[in-house]
Design a protein around this ligand. Structure first.
Ligand SMILES: Cc1ncc(COP(=O)(O)O)c(C=O)c1O
Length: 206
């Protein structure tokens, strides 16, 4: 049996410009596997429902058999709610895109006025942002965010990319405003100057 490749497509559908949407990997190659979940584009992480899609029937049967082996069944209420959400994809994804757009506008303003401290690349899709820290050490910055400013490790992650050190965080978190306030506190403490957090309340998840 030959090899297969899989691609996680959990942010598919959250392209700000729909013309940027790529075809599903499973539709590009007969042996490819696409993986989707309810937790990202739909914002329904609590359902714990996801799926795989492939045109490779044999592989599909093997994966389904493995799932039967690993779990008895999904949560039936979660499957029911996921089905309703999938039938209303347009409304749900449009709402989530609206939250992302609103928060991105504010992040544009925030990082735009602090271009000497952060490199800001407006994401074209998805709900994650990756600004680069231009001053200091990104590990130290993120450790200080957690230890001194009370940010949780769930909210932020230091990434050392090939080009610039980046900070990964969610654009749709309800704690975005307090996260930016924490950026402010940590930068003030470490570098001795102040970042002003936008006065306008950020659009929140709910
Ligand atoms: C790229 C990617 N794939 C898959 C998953 C898994 O999603 P779930 O939380 O629904 O299990 C995540 C969740 O963080 C993710 O970021």
């Amino acid at each position: 049996m030959g090899s297969s490749s899989s691609l996680t497509e959990v942010y598919r559908g959250l392209e700000l410009d729909p013309s940027d949407r790529l075809p599903a990997f499973a539709d590009v190659n007969d042996r490819a596997v696409s993986l989707g979940v309810m937790s990202k584009a739909y914002g329904l992480a609590g359902l714990r429902i996801g799926w795989i899609a492939t045109h490779d029937e044999r592989l599909f049967r093997e994966l389904a058999a493995f799932k039967d082996y690993a779990t008895i069944c999904n949560s039936a209420p979660s499957e029911f709610l996921a089905t309703i959400a999938l039938r209303h994809t347009g409304v749900i994804v449009e709402r989530n895109l609206r939250i992302i757009r609103d928060n991105l506008d504010r992040l544009d303003a925030f990082f735009g006025s602090h271009a000497d401290k952060f490199g800001w690349y407006r994401p074209k899709a998805g709900s994650m942002a990756f600004p680069a820290l231009l001053l200091g050490d990104v590990d130290e910055f993120c450790t200080d965010l957690v230890e001194k400013a009370g940010v949780t490790t769930k909210q932020i992650m230091a990434l050392i990319s090939a080009t610039l050190p980046e900070i990964r965080f969610s654009i749709v978190t309800s704690a975005l405003l307090s996260l930016l306030t924490s950026f402010d506190e940590v930068i003030v403490e470490n570098a001795g100057y102040r970042i002003t957090v936008p006065a306008i309340p950020l659009a929140l998840r709910s």
